[in-house]
Design a protein around this ligand. Structure first.
Ligand code: SF4
Ligand code: SF4
Length: 379
């Protein structure tokens, strides 16, 4: 587990305070999108599809601070777009640090080496660098040759200067779990604090819809990736959420736990779907019909979703807000390797299959016997 004790303590006491106060719907992480503009155009991204007049707009530092103060979260994730293209990003980051918020600044790192001197290392600031696997896979994913090399240069510089860095990866259908495990070795050797990962998810606006993962495929993929873990791998995520990805736990969506705020306002119901906007977080919570969302709702837009913005808050609330969750987290710390013979078979069979085919094969295309043995999902 890579999350520093001070951050865990802040989140744990926040969850316990909310539980004691009886508040049912509260946010944990604000997804603050200060702009949608980016210097990449990844195939899976719905943000950069906006028309030019929207891409030119930015939230001001004051608008960012007002959103953070209104919802009162302990953590702020700043995706985009590319936040390093925002003219006042340093002011926004410094203002949030002054408010003692734990910030994950999500960047593709193309500009990280160039701009890193403008930031000051702090326990509150983490650069969350978009890296989708090893060099070839990442460059293909972000549609930019040389993207990996630039990002890695940025990571090395940030680590050298004493910043917290977490590579942040999204894996789509077709990902080779062996490649992902080799990628873990590679990034941990760069000196990063821990890894963040998520299954590919479907934006209505994203142009490449065919490679988003279904739930059953996600669980198979993450079981193969995250079982039989090496001690050197650290994850900057809830261990219960990782177990959820592996198919060991089931959670309902807690979309209000990671609300998204952008130039349009507070997005209903979550970071992924756009069913309208509200002016305040309070209005978002009170006017959204939450029963219409989450996999249990039958809403087809949510049917395959396992993403962290919906399900990691559920895992965090379970972990810090109940005895069973706390015991689950303690077990995850103590028995962190997750030995699993079936998952090894899945890796080995994938290697055999991949050796005979193109490297970019589908996870579900392994041998029928292994598929039957490992099919454990209900989705
Ligand atoms: S780097 Fe991020 S914001 Fe930019 S195009 Fe890629 S996914 Fe979208
Ligand atoms: S299940 Fe996913 S898409 Fe649906 S509301 Fe939750 S986070 Fe959003």
């Amino acid at each position: 587990m890579a999350v520093p004790i001070s951050q865990m303590w802040t989140v744990a006491t926040y969850v316990i305070r909310k539980k004691l106060s009886g508040e049912k719907k509260y946010p944990l992480v604000l997804m603050l999108e200060p702009l949608f503009r980016c210097n990449l155009a990844c195939a899976g991204c719905g943000k950069v599809q906006y028309p030019p007049h929207i891409l030119k707009k930015e939230l001001s530092p004051e608008e960012c601070f007002a959103a953070v103060e209104e919802c009162g979260v302990p953590m702020v994730s700043i995706p985009g777009g590319e936040p390093l293209l925002h003219k006042q990003i340093v002011e926004i980051v410094n203002g949030l640090i002054a408010r003692k918020k734990y910030i994950y600044l999500c960047t593709n790192a193309l500009l990280l080496k160039e701009r890193i001197h403008e930031f000051t290392p702090s326990k509150y600031l983490t650069f969350s660098v978009h890296l989708d696997g090893q060099r070839e896979h990442h460059d293909m994913s972000v549609c930019r040759e040389g993207g990996w090399d630039l990002a890695v240069e940025g990571i090395k510089e940030a680590v050298k200067r004493g910043f917290r860095v977490t590579p942040n990866s999204t894996f789509f259908d077709g990902t080779d779990p062996n490649m992902v495990r080799a990628y873990f070795d590679e990034v941990m050797a760069l000196g990063v604090e821990g890894i963040v990962l998520s299954p590919g998810y479907s934006y209505d606006k994203a142009p490449d819809q065919q490679h988003f993962l279904g739930r059953a495929k996600s669980r198979r993929l993450f079981r193969a990736i995250l079982s039989n873990r090496k001690k050197s791998w650290k994850f900057n995520m809830s261990p219960l959420f990782l177990e959820f990805l592996m198919g060991k736990r089931n959670y309902e969506c807690t979309a209000w736990g990671s609300p998204a705020y952008s130039i349009f306002g507070w997005q209903k119901p979550c970071y992924l779907l756009q069913d309208g906007y509200t002016e305040t977080y309070k209005e978002l919570v009170e006017t959204t019909n939450w029963d219409e969302y989450g996999t249990g709702s039958g809403n087809p837009k949510c049917a395959n979703c396992m993403v962290s913005c919906g399900y990691e808050p559920s895992a965090v609330q379970h972990g810090f807000g109940s005895l069973s969750g706390f015991i689950g987290m303690a077990k995850a710390f103590l028995f962190s390797t997750y030995k699993d013979k079936g998952a090894l078979d899945l890796l080995n069979n994938h290697s055999t299959f991949a050796a005979q085919h193109d490297h970019f094969v589908k996870v579900e295309s392994i041998t029928p016997a292994t598929t039957a043995q490992l099919e454990e999902t209900r989705a």
